[in-house]
Design a protein. Structure first.
Length: 286
């Protein structure tokens, strides 16, 4: 006698699945399809399928430079968030309940403010007459203001502030499963603090570090508001270039091709990094 499959979970998940399909999957398919069209200068969109847009992206040094700048920026932001977020998450696990609650609110503070308001605040701080330049000149570290706005440095600083909470939360979630009795046991057997961190703590937080790095990298590569305000027109990244192609040049097929290329590259990098780190993780800590 065969057992009937319970269909209730499928019916319960159907509204969510249909919503994702309508709001995420369908627009992505339409954008990907649009990227194979072409648009002559001053003409209407030609629905004949072609790889012309992707050929321009691959063969034009202008687009290659923009993609290289974008992914280098995303890698730098991920590295900064890693250096700040992992120790911060470890400290959170050591705090008492009261201080931990206060610290989590502080960590999540950037996520509670509109991205535009937050970025405009950084624009005030990073300007030539901003707080940072004035403070550095007041203590004698600078003789004249440095260019932080519309620069790579300012963009990395602003994006790191925006995205470091994702790294902290990812690593902190992994640390919740950490048994501190294992650290105490290792210390009682004569292990140094560095050995405990390397052999006991690090293997258990690698999944959180990996997920945090992938989240931060993907969000940094696709960020728009912060690069548009901090980097401006002088330092274009892929997201601002897509905006220009769609709304300034009205070349929708090229904008769609840039968006599809960015999505595919981010997915490929994330999957390859995930497999490589997991393989190295098993070899080192097995």
């Amino acid at each position: 006698m065969t057992r009937e499959r319970n269909s209730i979970p499928y019916w319960l998940s159907a509204p969510g699945a249909l919503t994702v399909l309508a709001l995420v999957a369908v627009p992505l398919v339409m954008t990907f399809t649009l990227s194979f069209y072409s648009q002559p200068p001053g003409g209407a969109i030609d629905s004949t399928l072609t790889l012309q847009n992707y050929g321009h992206i691959v063969g034009d040094d202008y687009y290659i430079e923009i993609f290289a700048r974008t992914f280098l920026m995303a890698a730098l932001v991920t590295g900064v968030c890693l250096l700040i977020g992992v120790p911060e998450a470890y400290v959170l696990t050591r705090l008492t309940a009261g201080w931990r609650a206060i610290s989590i609110v502080i960590v999540l503070g950037p996520l509670l403010v509109s991205v535009v308001v937050r970025t405009l605040g950084w624009a005030i701080l990073l300007g030539r007459d901003g707080v940072i330049n004035k403070a550095l000149m007041a203590v004698g570290l600078l003789n004249q203001p440095v260019q932080l706005m519309y620069s790579y440095t300012g963009l990395v600083i602003a994006l790191s502030h925006v995205l470091v909470p994702y790294m902290v939360l990812s690593v902190w979630a992994s640390l919740q499963k950490l048994d501190f009795a294992t650290e105490q046991a290792a210390e009682s057997l004569g292990a140094s603090s560095l050995t405990v961190l390397r052999r006991i703590v690090l293997p258990q937080v690698i999944p959180g570090v990996l997920s945090g790095c992938l989240i931060v990298f993907a969000l940094a590569a696709g960020a728009f508001a912060t690069p548009a305000i901090i980097a401006g027109r002088r330092l274009k990244v892929v997201s601002t270039t897509i905006y220009d192609e769609f709304l300034n040049y009205l070349n929708w097929p090229m904008g769609a091709a840039l968006a599809a290329t960015l999505m595919v590259i981010v997915l490929a990098i994330s999957l390859l990094a995930n497999r490589y780190i997991e393989r190295r993780y098993k070899q080192v800590f097995s």
